[in-house]
Design a binder for this molecule. Structure first.
Ligand code: 6MZ
Length: 347
């Protein structure tokens, strides 16, 4: 099977996808049309073309945090937030994804409270996407630029919804511009959520900050996102690298995101290679498929082609992601799906 077809057919798990960064152009146009038809047209159409940060774009990681405002303008009503959630999950399903942990930051908008924001996504996942074959869950995000008070409110909402819908709201995470805010300020909120049963993932080492990487790894999150500046070759040091290798914390790898935001020079010099060779658990993810114009199958293909990973190994990489999902009760059904594929194609 050619690598393109193989990567699309391979059952895949998406563990690092921000809802408002994952909107395709099609989805954004649908949302825009809905708002216009209902007399709520906004000015985001002017900026739609600026949403994508493709290869060779002059914008870098800190510029990228501006583009999310474009999506936020479109997902500020319950209806468009629900449409965005359902359309995005469907796109992942069409790309051969059998499980997704979508993440999103609860916002207060003129049309919703933070609780209603979460309620809308949860109900969409439980009702509107229930007839799809893909299994979807939600990770609640805390933005590093939010206040200590807002972080605590989000932790409260996360705990409340995890208690009500433990199968749907499975985790909490810290993201946002890594140059802003301090991990320590968010530690109490994250710790409280963890004690209430939520799994935790942290954006860690997306820019170089060795002290913060050590603090984060010592917190023992269930997974980390990116993990760029941990190996000494990429701005980490021996201490950060040894801590990661010893901890065996799974790393959510976002190849195109790191290249397009210039956190990584190019695909060939991506830290995936060091992690994979050192047997640190890794999961291939998209981060923001809308912003970076990618898909999960494309990320698998880039990984295979850049690092020379043959199809049987790629299938096992995808299979291993089952060990790191937050909805632990789904592990068996997902690994059976993967093993059927592996056996069918004698991989
Ligand atoms: C850190 C990121 C990110 O939550 O409104 N986000 N945080 N690093 C990244 N690397 C590129 N990409 C996205 O989705 C958009 C939010 O996700 C976080 C940012 O906080 C952004 O505002 P939601 O659905």
């Amino acid at each position: 099977m050619n690598i393109d077809t193989f990567c699309r057919q391979l059952p895949k798990l998406e563990l690092h996808a921000h809802l408002n960064g994952s909107l395709s152009r099609f989805t954004m146009l649908e949302l825009q049309r809905y708002l216009a038809d209902n007399g709520m047209a906004d000015k985001s159409n002017v900026f739609l073309d600026e949403f994508q940060i493709g290869a060779g774009d002059t914008r870098n990681l800190s510029d990228c945090f501006q583009v999310f405002n474009i999506a936020h303008a479109l997902t500020s009503t319950k209806k468009t937030l629900s449409m965005a959630t359902a359309l995005t999950i469907k796109e992942f399903e069409d790309d051969g994804c059998c499980y997704i942990e979508l993440r999103s930051t609860p916002r207060t908008t003129p049309h919703m409270t933070m609780s209603e924001y979460v309620e809308t996504i949860v109900q969409t996942m439980r009702k509107e996407t229930a007839d799809m074959t893909i299994i979807s869950c939600l990770i609640i995000s805390i933005n590093r630029s939010s206040t200590h008070e807002d972080a605590n409110i989000i932790a409260d909402v996360a705990i409340e919804y995890h208690t009500k819908y433990p199968d749907t709201v499975v985790g909490i995470e810290l993201s946002g511009n890594p140059a802003v805010g301090k991990f320590q300020n968010f530690l109490p909120a994250l710790d409280r959520a963890r004690k209430a049963g939520l799994k935790v993932t942290l954006h860690c080492g997306e820019i170089c900050n060795q002290q913060e990487v050590i603090e984060m790894l010592n917190f023992k999150p269930d997974r980390i996102g990116h993990g760029v500046c941990i190996h000494p070759l990429f701005g980490g040091n021996d201490a950060t690298w040894e801590l990661l290798c010893k901890s065996q914390i799974p790393v959510e790898i976002c190849l195109t995101s790191n290249v397009n935001t210039k956190s990584t020079q190019d695909y060939n010099s991506h830290h995936f290679k060091e992690l994979y060779n050192a047997k640190v658990p890794v999961v291939i993810c998209t981060d923001d498929k809308g912003v970076f114009a990618t898909s999960l199958s494309q990320e698998y293909r880039i990984c295979a082609e850049t690092f020379g990973i043959e199809q049987s190994k790629l299938a096992r990489l995808s299979l291993s992601a089952c060990n790191y999902i937050f909805a632990e009760d789904k592990r068996k059904i997902l690994s059976d799906t993967m093993l059927n594929f592996i056996n069918k194609y004698e991989l």
